[in-house]
Ligand binder design. Structure first.
Ligand code: NAD
Length: 252
């Protein structure tokens, strides 16, 4: 089989749950061999079995481990065509002067630094082949003020990182885009709702469509950006938010 006709290999960090798992399912529907990469290997195996893919352990906050993971995947599965960075942790809303800096450090280490580390580890190999495709999961929290004083700046940084890397690697044939989900009903958000930290009506009141986003709706946007249908699209940040940004801009 020629390199051009081989089955696409897609890696999804944070693929064991929520938005990452939805991305894994959509990419598998596109015919890709999907590698579900997560720090929770057991759950990664469950999703990998479901999509007929493979699982691997990754902790995106550890750059040595990410580099080893990228090398292992290429050795076992061949060249990686698509990288989706969905690994992330979410923060409880709190006032900045009450927030411990350990919260800032943890969120930035995974959501911001981890995204950058995974981009560079996989792109190093994509650059050699002059093709590749990266989609970073940012958030509408990186686009509007929210009482998430570590998470929001980290996600704003992911949007900036996406744009910078798209400009840097475009001449090497690599596209880099972001998707910014609005409030999406994943295990992370459901747990926060169950614990009483978030409440559905306040999360949806400003959304034009008056509902939460389904993870599959994020997965489909990611699969589109990763596809040839988006071949001229790079450096963008695509909100998938049920119109939450439109609703929060409304003033009379
Ligand atoms: P989730 O908790 O359901 O899934 C996150 C996954 O990331 C988990 O499987 C977890 O094990 C993995 N992970 C966490 N830290 C990791 C690390 N250091 N290395 C590797 N894997 C790690 O959460 P989700 O809601 O699906 O969130 C996925 C992404 O979407 C995150 O980046 C989050 O910030 C973003 N997002 C979520 C929402 C939402 O409303 N759910 C909204 C906007 C953006």
């Amino acid at each position: 089989m020629s390199a051009d006709s081989k089955r696409r290999v897609s890696v999804v960090t944070g693929g064991a749950s929520g938005i990452g798992a939805a991305c894994a399912r959509q990419l598998a529907l596109s015919g890709d061999l999907v590698i579900v990469a997560d720090r929770d290997l057991e759950r990664a195996r469950t999703i990998a079995n479901e999509v007929d893919g493979q699982a691997c352990h990754i902790d995106v906050s550890d750059e040595t481990a990410v580099e080893a993971c990228a090398a292992q995947i290429e050795h076992d599965c061949g060249a990686v065509d698509v990288l989706v960075n969905s690994a992330g942790i979410i923060q409880v809303p709190q006032r900045p002067h009450d927030m411990k800096m350990s919260v800032w450090d943890d969120v930035v280490r995974v959501d911001q630094r981890g995204t950058y580390v995974a981009c560079t580890a996989f792109a190093r190999r994509m650059i050699e082949r002059r093709r590749g495709n990266i989609v970073n999961i940012a958030s509408v929290a990186g686009m509007r003020s929210m009482p998430l004083h570590a998470y929001a700046p980290a996600k704003a940084a992911v949007i900036a990182i996406t744009e910078c890397l798209a400009a840097e690697w475009g001449p090497s044939g690599i596209r880099v885009n972001a998707v910014s989900p609005g409030y999406t009903l994943t295990p992370a958000l459901k747990n926060a709702i169950d614990r009483g930290e978030r409440d559905v009506s306040s999360l949806t009141v400003n959304a034009a469509l008056q509902r939460l986003v389904d993870p599959d709706e994020i997965g489909r946007a990611v699969a589109f950006l990763a596809s040839d249908a988006a071949s001229a699209i790079t450096g963008i940040n695509l909100p998938v938010d049920c119109g939450w940004l439109a609703g929060t801009s409304w003033s009379t």
